[in-house]
Design a protein around this ligand. Structure first.
Ligand code: PLP
Length: 395
């Protein structure tokens, strides 16, 4: 695609976000927290709620049957979105988001299998949603007298997982590797496809894809993970949506515990619409667009000595061929506190995230400002942000 057609493509997509077009003075730079919703997603929800809203898997009348069908179709839609090579052999379970999904995999699938001496690999610099559930099941096992150990995932100097060192840490008692596809603070693609080679064929891998679905192409065929969990609301679906994709090859069939109750039918409808929208927009183009904007921002910040950009240093060098920040750039000012910087930026319409980003125990020790991008963001927004940051450089 030429630069010109890419710009036209982006302008047409941006115009589909009502909250963005209604607020021309605002730059929404917090898509990693939750993504804005394009009109077709909102339309799909409205059509459903005003046309055939009913409960799923319970009715004998057409609205209820169609709702049941929509839920089933949403499962197939997700499998197709993920390039599932064996759609007949995987399960899709809807949850409220990655937090609930990861906890369900840990508690409902892994916990009943844990025995004395077992180990779980956990990435302690990742999001707490992918740390706490594994700690919880290890603590539950210990409470009944089974010693279950958490093995810290090794990282390398570029904040990637160190697959070589990981291979040395694994034992026949390793029951799970809990990993993250794209890091929510550093924006790294964590190269999780290397984990399978390190793990060998037998160890289950659970992937937190909260920051990759909708941001870069994700294929479960290439990843060979057993579980992939994400938040639909970060992928342009409604709040309260998310899913667990489970392949069920390494261990018993995954079944969420307890009686599931009424599913979030409107949310599930929105997820199907969001996946349709993302596929039509082209996730590979979205990835390229947001990577370029992120590179523009990191490039500009590298010239401002008042700021420190977190994450892989190599990718900051002007001549670097490493540019792996997937539309997430996190930094701090050397003297202005990050919360203050967040408020200053918000006053000028730059909506960023300013805190510790729920990072785990080996995370950054102080707060920072995170800019996270999506397809509606523009070069103009980044340049205005850089101007504002430059004006604060010597503060
Ligand atoms: N995992 C990662 C990498 C995240 O960035 C987040 C949210 O920021 C979560 C998990 C938790 O997602 P949710 O709050 O939607 O459950």
């Amino acid at each position: 695609m030429t630069d010109h057609s890419l710009t036209t493509w982006q302008r047409e997509l941006r115009a589909q976000f009502p909250i963005i077009t209604a607020n021309p003075g605002v730059a929404y730079l917090d898509s990693a927290a939750t993504a804005q919703k394009p009109q077709p997603v909102l339309d799909a929800v409205m059509t459903y709620l005003t046309g055939e809203n009913a409960n799923a898997a319970r009715g004998t009348y057409p609205w209820a049957n169609r709702t049941t069908t929509r839920v089933e179709q949403a499962r197939d839609r997700l499998r197709a979105f993920l390039g599932d090579p064996e759609p007949d052999r995987s399960g899709v379970h809807f949850v409220s988001g990655a937090t609930e999904g990861l906890r369900a995999v840990a508690r409902d699938w892994l916990a009943p299998q844990l025995r004395d001496g077992d180990e779980i690999v956990v990435a302690h610099a990742d999001h707490q949603a992918n740390i706490l559930p594994w700690q919880e099941v290890a603590a539950l096992a210990r409470a009944r007298g089974d010693r279950v150990t958490l093995i810290p995932m090794p990282y390398d100097a570029a904040h990637d997982y160190d697959a070589g060192r990981l291979a040395d840490l694994l034992t026949p008692r390793t029951r799970m590797i809990a990993a993250t596809h794209v890091h929510h603070v550093y924006g790294n693609d964590m190269h999780v496809s290397r984990l399978r080679a390190a793990a060998g064929p037998g160890v289950p891998i659970c992937l937190d894809a909260a920051q990759s679905i909708g941001h870069l192409p994700v294929s479960v065929a290439g990843l060979d993970a057993d579980f992939l969990v994400f938040s639909g609301h970060k992928a342009m679906a409604l709040p309260g949506t998310g899913a667990i994709w489970a392949r069920n090859r390494r261990g018993p069939l995954f079944r969420p515990g307890g009686w599931p109750g009424t599913p979030n039918t409107a949310g599930i409808v929105s997820l199907t619409a969001a996946l349709d929208w993302l596929d039509a927009a082209g996730v590979d183009r979205i990835a390229a667009w947001t990577r370029d904007l992120g590179a523009r921002l990191t490039g500009a910040l590298a010239g401002l000595n008042g700021y420190e950009v977190l994450g892989c240093r190599t990718s900051l060098a002007a001549d670097s061929t490493v540019q792996r920040r997937q539309g997430i750039v996190t930094f701090r000012h050397r003297t202005i506190g990050s919360h203050d910087l967040g408020f200053i930026l918000a006053a000028d319409g730059f909506l960023v995230r300013a805190d510790g980003h729920c990072q785990g125990e080996q995370g950054e020790k102080t707060t920072s400002v995170r800019v996270s991008l999506h397809v509606h963001n523009t070069v103009g927004e980044i340049d205005r942000l850089v101007d504002r940051l430059a004006a604060l450089n010597d503060a």
